[in-house]
Design a protein around this ligand. Sequence first.
Ligand SMILES: NC(=O)c1ccc[n+]([C@@H]2O[C@H](COP(=O)([O-])OP(=O)(O)OC[C@H]3O[C@@H](n4cnc5c(N)ncnc54)[C@H](OP(=O)(O)O)[C@@H]3O)[C@@H](O)[C@H]2O)c1
Length: 403
Amino acid sequence: MSALNGSGLNAGFNPAPLDAAPFSPAPFSAAESAAMQAALAAAAQGPRGANPLVGAVVVGTDGRLLATGYHRGAGTAHAEADAIAQATAAGLDLRGAAIVVTLEPCNHCGRTGPCAQAIIDAGITDVIYAVDDPHDPAAGGALTLRAAGVRVRSELAADAALDLNRRWFDAVAAKRPFVTLHIAQTLDSRIAASDGTSQWISSPESLADNHALRGRIDAILVGTQTVLIDNPRLTARNADGEADGKQPLRAVMGYRGIPDDAAIHGADGNVLHLATRDPSEALDQLFAHGVRHLMVEGGSRILSAFLAAGLVDELIIYLAPTLLGSGTAALEGLGITTLADAQQWEWDPASGGAVQVLGRDLRLHLRPATPATPATPVDPAATSTSSDTTPHRTGADTAAGGN
Ligand SMILES: NC(=O)c1ccc[n+]([C@@H]2O[C@H](COP(=O)([O-])OP(=O)(O)OC[C@H]3O[C@@H](n4cnc5c(N)ncnc54)[C@H](OP(=O)(O)O)[C@@H]3O)[C@@H](O)[C@H]2O)c1
């Protein structure tokens, strides 16, 4: 299965080689562990966003891998359904087979139907998953499976599965949207020239990538200043400039109002004015409007506010090979004055890879670094007052804040 061959893009989630040993009762066989590694590698091919990255591998009664699936984003088939569909399309009989999944199979009838029932209907009798689904509407799949007589085990490679979706779990727990922050910048980190021009810093390929992202998010956010200077439409458009079928909610953050004739109103008027300068308050309002995946597009003060608050889960930088030497800096200050407090990020190999070449640009893909483990015992009183929104600084005081 090609999905199993961990590519360079998925470095860090590479599967161990499968053996063909039959499944054994306890706790997990080498074949089961290898299947989970394959499921993790497959999961990493999906896009980050409103839904978690999930992979699934169907394993035959002889321990052989029959099919691999993964989730391609909100509204598409879940990983289990994808793997089962592939096996069924290949004419395989899955009765008595096992399925190894990186997240508890869902139990809800969302846009794609409950995976627990799909597993039961396929005749699969053995389910192994890594971590429970914390998402209220989806949780409970394990109970449904057990009630139907399916053998269910969990906690295999739980740490890796938690790490894969670390920030998604955080967002779900905080009841806020998953936040992707986008910066289109020059080599010297400028997002606009000193005369205010910023269209287009990026290559057509980067713009197309950005519009594809716009097509699958729930909302896009800019500051009032960007609306007043650029008068953007903020729609998802194809290469011919035509609007896609699915459009994100367009949100504007700041105290000033949106001019009546601003292009952002568009034909549908699907615009939300967030009369606040507080990123947490903005996320609360967006969550209440049903937004589960937000892209923050700019400008520099909005980007900086979300980064300073530790409320960015995924960072995408389109880096153009140009220099301006002056103009609007991508970031205008994060409240950091010493290197020990620098925010730490790590290259994200999931969802297309850490680095892609898009035309003449580089697309850099990062996520907040895993919080450092304090070297010395931490004063509980200090941690209880630390915000969970400053997860990736190196200073001893902030490292204790957790993620
Ligand atoms: N290259 C790119 O990817 C890109 C993308 C977008 C924009 N841009 C460029 O960015 C430039 C605009 O950047 P900008 O920084 O001047 O404006 P901005 O970030 O778009 O908007 C700043 C305004 O947002 C409001 N605001 C809301 N929350 C805030 C907070 N926490 N802190 C500060 N202000 C907050 C304030 O207005 P109120 O007084 O209304 O509260 C503030 O004046 C433009 O030149 C635009 O072309 C580039």
